[in-house]
Design a protein. Sequence first.
Length: 121
Amino acid sequence: MQRTFEPVAMGGMESAYIMINCELGSESSVIEQLKSIPGIKEVRGVFGNYDILVKIETQSIASLRDVITFQIRKIQEIHSTTTVMCSKVLFIIDFRHALSHLLLVENMTRQSRLSLRSLQK
């Protein structure tokens, strides 16, 4: 039996989003410092549980870890960070396969109903 979801490896850079909490009133200063770090692609001030959202891309997970640990987290005004790693695997749905399963189940259900009706007569 074939799988309905097929994993497909994606090439390219390692990427992550980092949610940052910093000292009240230091957001602009922290954003400017973050913009100077290589690998940071986007920096936004946000509202809610976090103060700043950062998108980072690097060549490897090791270099991603180094940038977060030794550059971002070393900024004096940053209190905490939460990192969300992006997956390099996508799942592609084989809709034809999923549809064939759906039709098979529907056909089995129809046959079961017909069998029950014949038993009830």
